[in-house]
Write a protein that binds this ligand. Structure first.
Ligand code: EPU
Length: 336
């Protein structure tokens, strides 16, 4: 465990915005947790900081979760349970599992951030969500000061949502994930762009590694690289509306992308709506809307969290005026 006072958080958030923490504590092992307290009102746990907008300083302690380790716990009848500690880089876990002949994570290649943050927002891409492969989450209960385990159902996963992000926000620190992976590859190619990418690569029956490569190419082409321009991936969720509301919007906007979800609801393509309102590539100072993907807000250099938030409000307001639909931010926003 390491501690430091009055630390700049700029290199700890993928937006690259400046904010300070009164104290930063780096957690390297489970035993570090035992003597520590956590106050959800002023403290913060950080993984890769890739789904976060810091619009204020942190008055308390920032805990950097850097507990490492990946191992296969069981491997029988073509199904393996893999355990990854929260501080492992998510994409390294994907590559490690593929190198061990284990499949299931390929569609989730190149998602930024650390493994421990994955269950908070139930990371998802190209037709797969973490909840499709997650067996359980190991966590530390800050209140009762003991280790706890949550089954997949206990996590209350939804679209970019879980109990750790909603009802129980701030109560648990994720220490490890257990994933159920398979030695028999079943490609999941329902997301049409993925099929198109594989066709471009002239691959008709892909291996899991080839699907991973296709996803990597798609992400590199469509999304700005946080190492080059600050961003937190999609800044807004795709709004969920009833299918009746979606049909009525479609009659006014025939090209609006709709994705059917369970329970007579549809997701609307928020990126398309934002682009339709003319925001793609817009820039105000150093805060901007990516010219590659309108759902991604970017920091071109020295934008503050407040400036990015102000731009998000304008984008959201204009989408509401045009479509009558409220956009909800996807990253965690620290307003102070
Ligand atoms: N679109 C536009 N203009 C844009 C961007 C998108 O018209 O600027 C259209 C596309 O042409 C397409 C539709 O919107 O018809 C959907 O776009 P895309 O396939 O890029 O997916 P998305 O719904 O915008 C979601 C996730 C991404 C994930 C992709 C692929 C959310 C909030 N975002 O984006 O996740 O990579 O699907 O599965 O659900 C993230 O969460 O940070 C993230 C990047």
């Amino acid at each position: 465990m390491r501690r430091a006072d009055d630390v700049s958080l700029r290199r700890y958030n993928s937006f690259g915005v400046e904010a300070r923490a009164r104290e930063v504590v780096q957690l390297d092992s489970l035993s570090d947790l035992e003597g520590l307290n956590f106050d959800p009102a002023c403290d913060l746990v950080l993984g890769g900081g890739s789904n976060l907008l810091l619009a204020n300083d942190i008055e308390g302690t920032v805990f950097l979760n850097r507990i490492r380790g990946m191992r296969i716990l069981s491997d029988r009848d073509g199904i393996a349970t893999v355990e990854a500690a929260a501080g492992e880089i998510w994409h390294s876990l994907v590559l490690w599992s593929l190198a061990h002949g284990l499949t299931g994570l390929e569609n989730l290649s190149l998602i930024p951030g650390l493994a421990g943050a994955a269950p908070l927002q139930n990371i998802g891409a190209y037709g797969v969500e973490l909840s499709d492969v997650l067996e359980s989450v190991q966590a530390w209960d800050w209140q009762s000061r003991e280790r706890v385990e949550f089954s997949n159902t206990d996590c209350q996963f939804g679209y970019r949502d879980s109990r750790f992000k909603s009802g129980d926000a701030g109560r648990y620190l994720v220490t490890a994930l257990r994933l159920r992976l398979s030695r028999q590859f079943e490609p999941r190619l329902t997301y049409s762009g993925l099929g198109e990418q594989l066709a471009k690569m002239e691959i008709s029956s892909p291996t899991a590694r080839q699907v991973s490569q296709a996803v990597i190419m798609l992400r590199k082409r469509k999304l700005p690289d946080p190492a080059l321009v600050g961003n937190a991936g999609s800044f807004f969720k795709n709004p969920l509306v009833t299918c009746e509301a979606a049909d009525s919007l479609r009659s006014r906007f025939p090209d609006l992308p709709l994705f059917a979800v369970e329970g007579r609801h549809c997701k609307l393509g928020a990126g398309w709506m934002i682009e339709h309102c003319g925001w793609k590539g817009f820039r105000e100072g150093d805060a901007g809307v990516s010219e590659r993907h309108a759902l991604v807000l970017v920091n071109h250099g020295h934008a503050s969290g407040g400036e990015i938030l102000a731009l998000a409000d304008k984008v959201s307001e204009s989408v509401f005026e045009t479509f009558g639909v409220r956009l909800e931010p996807e990253p965690r926003i620290i307003r102070g």
